[in-house]
Write a protein that binds this ligand. Sequence first.
Ligand code: GCO
Length: 460
Amino acid sequence: MIFFIYGVIFYFSIIVFLKINYPELRWNWNLEDDKKLNFPKNFFWGTATASHQVEGNCTNNNWYKWENNFDDEGSPRIKDNQKSGLACDHWNKYEEDILMLKELGVSHYRLSLEWSKIEPKKNKFDEIILKHYSKVIDALLKNNITPYITLHHFTNPIWFDEIGSFEKEKNIDYFIDFCEFVFNRFSNKVSNWCTINEPEVYSVMGYFAGVFPPGKKDAQVAAEVQKNLLISHTRVYDKLKSLSNGKDSKIGIVKNVMQFDPSRRWHLLDWLACRITDIVYNKMSLSYLKYGKIKINIPFFINLDYSNKDAIGKTDFFGLNYYSHVHLKFQFDKHEFFINTYPKNDIMTDMPYTIYPEGLYRAIHRVKSIGKPIIITENGIADSKDDKRGLFIKRYIYAMNKAIQEGVDVRGYFYWSLMDNFEWAEGYDMKFGLYEVDFKTQERKLRQGSKEFINIINES
Ligand code: GCO
């Protein structure tokens, strides 16, 4: 009996410790909503897109293959068998789209270069495509819009996929060659470069959840792919810094941060599920950038021990993508040891995310420990009815501003996304755009809720 009582006391002491040290921050919005925003003088505003999601005619990459692929049961990989196809035809309509940036009043635009178009075959670079990107960059600069270029945003050329892409560390060389080539071409006009977009999303979705290409489900491989993407980041950083214009360029990684909070705060196994998920999703990259170390040992699951002191601090900024947090509930099922749950009182968006601005504030405070300027490289809401977008924008920007007022060095904010686009496995159903796109006519229309963004920009 006495052991039982000690056991109970011990259990609850741990729970109390966790509850105090890892609070799930919640603000009383009645008190916060009317507070004033206050931005530093050089703070900048922008919007973000990625090539495969907006350009159209991306027919030579892993996603194109995936969109035309079926799983073992014969179901399409993308919801309702949608294809990216012509997407927003941003390829041809970029000038019109730049006018939308002007209408919003933003000064920055984050876009990605489509590797599979630029280098359709190994070591063969397409001059016509390069000329196109050169024109896009010139048009942005002419309109006083500063480009932030992402070098890798989920898509690989098919030839790179066929040799095993980032599953093999030696393949990183090919990616470095591509980065060197485009940097040499454009670094006289572009000074801001994002290396890899969301290594954790690429690896977890593609190699663990199996819902992004190549659709594998192997935790160990997923962890190794993530490690290789982190190594790629450091190697791209070193390479570009060694080239002319390198020292004057800002080169940074982009990482998605998501909190995993326990569904039942009294349940130790929910805490454990959160801890494990956080290690793979967040801690791995943060520890790599901060200490040059990746050490994960989750029995029967992942075993990784990598260290490279040279990686420490190698990023000129930390690109933070933030959307929401999730609640995890442990279950006894070795294939799926937790499920996601959503707090009843939270406002749900069209994606399986709730509106949780406090999470952006928490994420900023977490990543400041890397010791680099932070840029919010993505933040946005899928909201087809457009009845929550205004609130989302107001509250998330408020949360970011609160961290800034407390002294955290956040330099800029990119809204995801300029316009509705191809949302990967969800196809075109998720409406993240400040502009609504009619995919039949390619007409763009400013959404009502986006005016909140314009107002904030005007007043900042
Ligand atoms: C990602 C990407 C974007 C998404 C956006 C909305 O996070 O998956 O960077 O391409 O479209 O995050 O989900």
